[in-house]
Ligand binder design. Structure first.
Ligand SMILES: Nc1ncnc2c1ncn2[C@@H]1O[C@H](COP(=O)(O)OP(=O)(O)O)[C@@H](O)[C@H]1O
Ligand SMILES: [Mg+2]
Length: 238
């Protein structure tokens, strides 16, 4: 399993008047190479769940395993290492560094980990930029790129470390329909070609229905986990 959650809970501001129990007993497993849509109303806990899975935030109770490694009890250094080895992120807002070239943005996770990238690593970054259709923009700063192009750079950046798991939080939320389709198509392609598991948060039922599996959250609880095709009945009354 790439990902195993067992009765995971997240409580913000525990023990204070602002206590907010956001995730309730979340148990799920994701196998290598799965493509999973994570859906649910705004405020249902999707981003909180993704941040906990991505080791950007800690759970309050329960167990989270990434590639078999139990993350509870890890030091911050161990968490950082596991995150950088196993996980790639794509956010709604791409967080690119506008003063840097497109290629340097893609290579950034490697530079943070190893320092100056090797020739092989640089070549892989160039390959990924070619795969997302941005070869001509490799040496240009990212602020010249359109929103869709910038999101393509963010996808290449997420993949440059060859992660077993890619987490994407509304990566097409800011894009027009056609660009969203194209960007989503890249996730589908990389999912098949690189066999990385992908968990993608989306509000767009056209896109979630293209994922074989859908997990739906309501008020921080899993109310559906199964084939996307069968989730329509669940969609209908929520
Ligand atoms: N850092 C935080 N502190 C306190 N409450 C938070 C924090 N982050 C998120 N929440 C709360 O958690 C709930 C779920 O938020 P979120 O995970 O962002 O939902 P979604 O991504 O599904 O829209 C909301 O009630 C939100 O206010
Ligand atoms: Mg969110």
């Amino acid at each position: 399993m790439v990902l195993q959650l067992d009765k995971l809970n997240k409580i913000f501001n525990a023990g204070t008047p602002l206590e907010n129990h956001v995730l309730h007993d979340i148990s799920l497993q994701v196998s290598p190479g799965e493509l999973v849509a994570l859906v649910g109303a705004s405020g249902s806990g999707k981003s909180t769940l993704l941040n906990v899975i991505g080791l950007l935030d800690v759970s309050s109770s329960g167990e989270l395993r990434i590639q078999g490694h139990l993350t509870q009890g890890m030091s911050e250094q161990q968490r950082t290492q596991l995150r950088s080895e196993s996980i790639g992120f794509v956010f709604q807002f791409h967080h690119l560094i506008s003063a840097f070239s497109t290629l340097d943005n893609v290579l950034m996770p490697l530079m943070l980990r190893y320092g100056k990238p090797s020739a092989e690593q640089t070549a892989y970054g160039e390959y990924l930029l070619n795969e997302v259709g941005l070869t001509d923009y490799m040496r240009q700063p990212t602020n010249r790129l359109s929103g869709g192009q910038q999101q393509r750079v963010a996808i290449a950046r997420a993949l440059v470390t060859r992660p077993a798991l890619v987490l994407a939080d509304e990566p097409t939320g800011n894009l027009d329909t056609q660009t969203a389709d194209e960007v989503f198509g890249l996730f589908e392609r990389f999912n098949i070609e690189h066999q990385c598991a992908i968990v993608i948060v989306t509000h767009d039922t056209r896109l979630s229905s293209r994922c074989p599996r859908t997990i739906r959250l309501t008020d921080g609880r899993i109310v559906y986990d199964g084939a996307s095709a069968d989730s329509d009945g669940v969609n209908a009354h929520l």
